[in-house]
Write a protein that binds this ligand. Structure first.
Ligand SMILES: [Fe+2]
Length: 387
């Protein structure tokens, strides 16, 4: 951080974190004077029993509630509209987003679209949405996105293949209940992808041009927790210590990137998701080693500090050596986590699509936070390299 830099932080009023903390939902609602939530989630989470873990506690506390469980993966504008109709169909005083990034981001969007007119695309970043709707309580069940602590959400447009960022105070939860016990049922692939999403948040927040001392601390704390626990969580899914570490890291990385922003990996990742429906964490993983190799020369000391924090390099290694170890370590991590290339998944990108994706990446604003800001052609070349 440059001396004299001003940092600006937005975060939830209440954060509760630890095994079993989801059972404290009625207590948190009571603290906030709330009692009639609309629970925004998806049918898988209902079937897994995760939703019942929360609704049983609401029933026991005598709170009325209703469920909107039609959230789709990579939530769309029409999904938000359906949720808005559910909200307007009842007498609710808050929205609970329960699940991975998709339900949480949908809950945020339902809340702010209830008081902001027009279409959700009218609000895409860099516009800031500060007019807040009903209080938002977020209960993550996967970890990774860190959405429970961020001022960001992502919605997919059904008019054209585009995922856009939405940001502002209206996207910040009132309360976050972060309970790692939900995550022991996560399958191998989702465990790997959400962990790499968190790692990307931490690295991008640390090297971002918008980083400052407060966000640095969260980013540097999250990185070793992720790289030292992701393999264990994948191979031993009920390992509580590994799950708890990854959930904590996802939250810390969320706090870091929410306020320092993400950078080129996320800028290029969203178009891959929008055009080819690759899971967000997986498209980040496909990009992370090559985008890091592209970027290190512009901020070698910052990238070297990431490597040292992860234990992949010693304090006596030069920055140049540490940067090389970072790229090597990320490639090894992708190998261990069986990250395929887009082509290996059968995705074919013609030059026109890659050019469109590069333009969408630049328009999102994220690449401009990168230490090395790429041209449109350089982004197209990076897409070619990872394809
Ligand atoms: Fe992400």
């Amino acid at each position: 951080m440059q001396a004299g830099t001003i940092g600006r932080v937005q975060s939830p009023r209440i954060i509760r974190i630890g095994g079993g903390v989801a059972a404290e939902t009625p207590d948190v609602l009571g603290q906030l004077g709330l009692s009639r939530p609309l629970i925004v989630t998806d049918t898988t989470l209902v079937e897994l029993g995760h939703v019942h873990r929360v609704t049983d506690t609401l029933d026991a506390a005598g709170f009325g509630w209703s469920i909107f469980d039609n959230v789709v993966e990579d939530p769309t504008d029409t999904c938000v509209d359906a949720g808005l109709r559910a909200l307007r169909g009842g007498d609710f005083d808050c929205v609970i987003g329960l699940g991975g990034g998709s339900p949480m981001d949908t809950a945020k969007s339902i809340s702010f679209m209830a008081v902001n007119g027009g279409h959700v695309r009218d609000y895409k970043a860099p516009r800031q949405i500060d007019k807040c709707g009903l209080p938002i309580i977020l209960i993550p069940t996967t970890g990774g996105t860190g959405s429970e602590l961020t001022r960001w959400c992502v919605i997919t447009d059904t008019r054209a293949p585009e995922k856009y960022n939405l940001s502002g105070l209206a996207c910040v939860a009132t309360a976050a209940l972060i309970d790692w016990e939900f995550t022991v049922t996560k399958p191998w692939r989702i465990t790997a992808d959400t962990a790499v999403d968190s790692l990307t948040h931490a690295i991008e927040a640390y090297v971002s041009r918008r980083a400052f001392g407060y966000t640095d601390a969260f980013a540097l704390s999250a990185m070793p927790l992720i790289v030292n626990n992701v393999r264990t969580a994948c191979t031993d899914p009920e390992n509580g210590a590994a799950r708890e570490a990854l959930m904590l890291a996802a939250a810390q990385a969320g706090m870091a990137f929410s306020n320092a922003s993400v950078a080129l990996v996320h800028g290029m990742s969203r178009p891959i998701g929008a055009h080819f429906h690759v899971a967000h964490g997986l498209s980040n993983a496909m990009l992370l080693p090559d985008v890091t190799a592209f970027s290190v020369s512009a901020a070698p000391h910052r990238y070297a500090e990431c490597t040292r924090a992860m234990g992949w390099s010693s304090a006596t290694d030069t920055d140049s050596v540490a940067c090389g170890r970072l790229v090597d370590g990320l490639r090894q991590l992708n190998h261990d986590l069986k990250v395929p290339s887009p082509a290996a998944l059968g995705h074919v990108a013609d030059p026109a699509i890659l050019t469109l994706m590069a333009r969408q990446a630049l328009a999102s604003g994220s690449p401009q936070n990168n230490p090395r800001v790429p041209s449109e052609n350089e982004i197209v070349e990076l897409y070619h390299d990872i394809w």
